[in-house]
Structures are given as structure tokens and as C-alpha cells.
Design a protein around this ligand. Structure first.
Ligand code: IPM
Ligand code: MN
Length: 359
């Protein structure tokens, strides 16, 4: 039986991940892949209980699991802590320890939500982008890093660094993804200024030789940010480093109406973690307001990539489409003045749709 490590985390994390867990349990109940779910602490929840953002027991749980399902981490409560004690460190250490270098962030428009996008419908109707974000390198992990005081003046620094192997392996993931889609890859860099990303462009261009059927282009990150708003349908697969991908995937989420709709898969060699791309939204935590669909769609990605259950992944995705067709909306995706439902009701509606009934 496959083992799933389950980390609800902080803020809205527990609410949304409990919906996702129900969906996974429902899939099992209906005859889908059998999994054993083991819960652990990460982020602020772990700091409060154990004084560590990623306690050894949680890391062991994740290392022993076939896949990790995570809610979200972080919150103002822990903002004052030193860098190594921040909740986000729990997530970053998990990604690094499991070597989850390939972060897949699909930004796909649901036709039912075209009007929820801040952009005009004709701009977003065709949007179907896969952001492939490198997740274990770049300025997030580069050394040296730190903060010091020199002659009474504070200074702080980080290092943007990639070696060619790191670039090549993520580039291959992106090229392969493009082969399975519309055959277009856009690699994002800042090669006009940064040596690190000049190497990025060089290695991506070399790697393209292995994939003659994929059409490769390069964009500077500032231009990519602009093009995502100007004409988003031009993109198929967007390949980015860790930091540019963090920023551009949030931007891409807005094309689809709400960051509350976007799932992600973080893949390594044989290990994987699934989480929504949004954060812990402390402002609405505990109020039954959050949209659980991004986390539920992350379960679909888990079924697809870790549990070899494509048909079940599609069924979960269809159940999400069905609740949207029923007109059910959490606050983030509801047009102004229209009825909204809460987190739990949305989760229940997806489970009901999965079972083939209505909510
Ligand atoms: C994300 C988040 C994380 C990141 C934070 C919480 C560390 O913003 O998954 O995009 O920056 O990678
Ligand atoms: Mn982010």
C-alpha cells in the first residue's frame, strides 16, 4: 500500500487539506488506489509543538512516504523569528531533503470562471500554461547568504547560483512536458544582466538538441511578466528558475481567476509532494472561507503522478468541474453580489460529485 505523508500546516492549511483528505478517502472508498495516510507537523504548527519548523519525525515521515500532501505554512505569529526558525523553512527543507527539483504549476482556465479573471474574457479564454519551476536551487538556497553589520551599517546578501546539471535536469522535465502538450517551451531568464541566468540560457539551448520537436524561445523575466498579461495564450510551457517561477506562477494564477484554484506537484526521483500554490492566508484562517479546490486538484495530481491512477485523477478533476457547473463558488471565485459557500461545503460538494450524487 502506498504511503502518504499528510501535513496540514498553518492558517487555512488545516481546513483546505482536510477537504483534500476527504476527497482522497472517497477515491479509496470508491475503489481507487489504496493509500495509508500518516499525519505530521510542519511549519508554524511544528514550531509551536516542537520548536522546529521541520521536526525529525516529520522529515522521516516524508522520506518514508511515496508522496506528501501539504496544506500551507506560515503566518504573522511567527514573523519575528530568526530565518532558520521561520515556518517557511519547514517547506524549503522538505523540498531540499526530498530533492523535489521539478515544480509543476499548471495554470488552466476553467470556462466557468472566465469572468472571475481580472483580465478580459477574450484574453484568458484560451489560457493553458504549465509553469515548470526549478525548486531546489537558485537564490533560495545559494551560499553565501546572511546578514551582518559593518561599521554600524546593516547589510544582507544572498547568492543566485545554478550549476549546469541542475539546469539540464529541470530543462529536460520542461522539454518532455512540452512534447506531451503543444510542443512549445519558453525559458525565462535575465541573461542580459545575470551570469547565472546566462548559463541557464546556454544550457537550455544545448538541451534543446535532444528535443528537436519542441519549439524553444527565451524571454527575459521582465518581458515574460508583461507578456503573461498582454497575451497569455501564447504560452504553453514556461521554464523558470526558483525565484522567477515563484513570482510568475502567482501572476499566472490570476489569469485563471483565483490563486485558490491552482494545484502543484513537486517531483524528484521517485519522491513527490503536492500542495496548492497559494499560501496560508492567515487573514481568513479558521473562518471557513478558503477555497479548497487548489488542494483538491493537487490530490488529482497526486493520483496522476504518484499513484499511477490517471482515470481517478480525471474523475477528481471532473468532480471539480461539476461543482463549478452547479454554480457553487467560494468567495474568491464568486462574482460580486452572488451567493458564496464555505470551505467545508465546497469540499462536501466535490465528494458528492465524485460519488455521483449532487451536493
Ligand atoms: C510557494 C511559496 C513558497 C516559495 C514559500 C512559502 C516558501 O510562496 O510555494 O510558491 O516561495 O516557494
Ligand atoms: Mn509563491
Amino acid at each position: 500500500m502506498k504511503k502518504i505523508a499528510f501535513f496540514p500546516g498553518d492558517g487555512i492549511g488545516p481546513e483546505i487539506s482536510s477537504c483534500a483528505r476527504q476527497v482522497l478517502e472517497c477515491v479509496m472508498d470508491l475503489g481507487g488506489p489504496a493509500v495509508e495516510i500518516q499525519e505530521g507537523l510542519v511549519g508554524g504548527a511544528a514550531l509551536d509543538a516542537e520548536g522546529e519548523p521541520l521536526p525529525a519525525a516529520s522529515l522521516d515521515l516524508a522520506l518514508a512516504a511515496d508522496a506528501v500532501l501539504l496544506g500551507a505554512v506560515g503566518g504573522p505569529k511567527w514573523d519575528g523569528l530568526p530565518p532558520e526558525k521561520r515556518p517557511e523553512q519547514g517547506l524549503l527543507r522538505l523540498r531540499k531533503a526530498l530533492d523535489l527539483y521539478a515544480n509543476l504549476r499548471p495554470a488552466q482556465i476553467f470556462p466557468q470562471l472566465v469572468d472571475a479573471s481580472p483580465l478580459r474574457p477574450e484574453l484568458v479564454r484560451e489560457v493553458d500554461i504549465l509553469v515548470v519551476r526549478e525548486l531546489t536551487g537558485d537564490i533560495y538556497f545559494g551560499e553565501p547568504r546572511g546578514r551582518e553589520e559593518v561599521d554600524g551599517k546593516r547589510r544582507a546578501y544572498n547568492t543566485m547560483v545554478y550549476d549546469e546539471d541542475e539546469i539540464r535536469r529541470i530543462a529536460r522535465v520542461a522539454f518532455r512536458a512540452a512534447q506531451g502538450r503543444r510542443g512549445k517551451l519558453c525559458s525565462v531568464d535575465k541573461a542580459n544582466v545575470l551570469e547565472c541566468t546566462r548559463l541557464w540560457r546556454e544550457v537550455v539551448t544545448e538541451t534543446a538538441q535532444e528535443f528537436p520537436d519542441v519549439q524553444l524561445e527565451h524571454l527575459y523575466v521582465d518581458n515574460a511578466a508583461m507578456q503573461l498579461i498582454r497575451y497569455p495564450a501564447q504560452f504553453d510551457v514556461l521554464l523558470t528558475g526558483n525565484m522567477f517561477g515563484d513570482i510568475l506562477s502567482d501572476e499566472a494564477s490570476q489569469l485563471t481567476g483565483s490563486i485558490g484554484m491552482l494545484p502543484s506537484a513537486s517531483l524528484g526521483e521517485g519522491r513527490a509532494m503536492y500542495e496548492p500554490i497559494h499560501g496560508s492566508a492567515p487573514d481568513i484562517a479558521g473562518q471557513d472561507k478558503a477555497n479548497p479546490l487548489a488542494t483538491i486538484l493537487s490530490v488529482a495530481m497526486m493520483l496522476r503522478h504518484s499513484l499511477a491512477a490517471e482515470a481517478w485523477a480525471l474523475r477528481v478533476e471532473k468532480a471539480v468541474t461539476a461543482v463549478l457547473d452547479q454554480g457553487l463558488r467560494t468567495a474568491d471565485i464568486a462574482p460580486p453580489g452572488t451567493p458564496v459557500i464555505g470551505t467545508a461545503a465546497m469540499g462536501n460538494a466535490v465528494v458528492a460529485a465524485l460519488r455521483g450524487g449532487s451536493a
